[in-house]
Design a protein around this ligand. Sequence first.
Ligand code: FRU
Length: 494
Amino acid sequence: MSREIMQNKIKQAEKEISKKKDDVQAGRMRQHYHFMPQTGWLNDPNGLIYYKGKYHFFYQYNPYYGFWDYMHWGHAMSEDLLHWEYLPLALAPSEVYDDYMRGGCFSGSAIEHEGKLWLMYTGVANHGNGNVQTQCIAYSEDGVHFTKYEGNPVIMPPDDVPAHLFRDPKVWKHEDTYYMVCGASRNERAQALLYKSADLLHWDYVNVLAESRGEWGYMWECPDFYPLGDKYVLTCSPMGADDRKAVYFVGDFDYATGRFDWKISGEMDWGMDFYAPQSFETPDGRRLIAAWANEWECMPFWKDWGPTYREGWCGFFNLVREVKMMPDHTLQFVPVEELKNLRTDGYAEDRLEIGSAGQELKAGDGISFEMQFKIDLEKTHADRIELDLRCGDGKKTSCIFDLKSGTLSVDRSNADGWSNGASRSILFLKGKKELDVHIYSDQSSVEIFTDRYQNNHANNIYAGNSQNKIQIRAVGGSAVLKDYRSYGMKECFR
Ligand code: FRU
């Protein structure tokens, strides 16, 4: 019966998608190669997994319109991480613990167990006393049609954790045991709680894996935890930590105590649009992440979710990135190798001398492109290099490499007549001979990677197609660029 209710909800949603998808597909602002939904609203990546020879992406999804509401789980499958086949929705609100308009099936993760695909998600209900978040299970024989476990919820909020601040389970297996980390708040401080289970259905609380001591906000959304090299990595999106939106911690972990002892922390992306990253492993052992290219209204950079709701959609993922570790245990977030398969129209210059008059750079059609170069710091005497992307109609998005004051800023306040704000990070150049820059531009976003993929900015912009020029200029002296390479990008989502 309960299975039937969910299947009917899914059918209803699918009907709505079929009705609208051609119109939405024609939207001018849709991305060319960033993962996005067919219609409606998308936020967090959920349940990312390589299962039975294919990649599966699930996502927080409202199929009905381009705003957050009534969370379902969308589902898509791919062989190459670039081209995606949309599958029927995996989860829809249907039960007393998850059927609520301003709630539903919140974020979670996926794992393979006894050949089946299992999902663990947060059910969000409200029976008049505020939102209640509980951890729930669903499973599937075919990886497409899911059944919610009849013993749900499998974990209730601990007594001293507010019931509306207990969510986003991420599951993994170690030896014969399943473990799960979940975001929570206790005494107004963020915590990542650790649980364990032998069968994914019966869970025991282990410990507080890690917590804010006041410096990392009051709630951690979408915590993730995984081994990398000989260390462990915890990532999360803290609430109440101002500019910090997607942070990582690197340290050591002891299964005997369930304690994570981290010494290193960093920001995964300083841009305004990178939130709730989730990781998964590839068959060849790479640790990849996908994130939602936006943020919530409670965050300091937030303006709105962009104008795309007018086209019946909102939301896409940032490019999938590989997590790599430097010898000092800080992390790099490198766009996946697979993206090279989208390259077309290659262009190369081994050396470019840039003066104050500036010059135009060539990269694809100037809208959807990849660009890579190095700033030769030994031959560059400029105070500042200004790289303007998506220029035209008197508008531009400015990346300012301020070599004198040691900052990188990406300013979108004159980007499109809609967006505003600038993202900023420290550009630490002492002792360096060159600065690597790698940029991906798509219809409605730019992603800038510098300094060995440790200093990244993902920002959404909604520039029109007449904004297709790229300009670069040096201020206060000349600059030398080496190994300039650029490409157009093949379509995946249009
Ligand atoms: C993060 C988040 C999660 C929650 C989901 C709801 O972006 O707020 O904590 O599960 O989105 O859609």
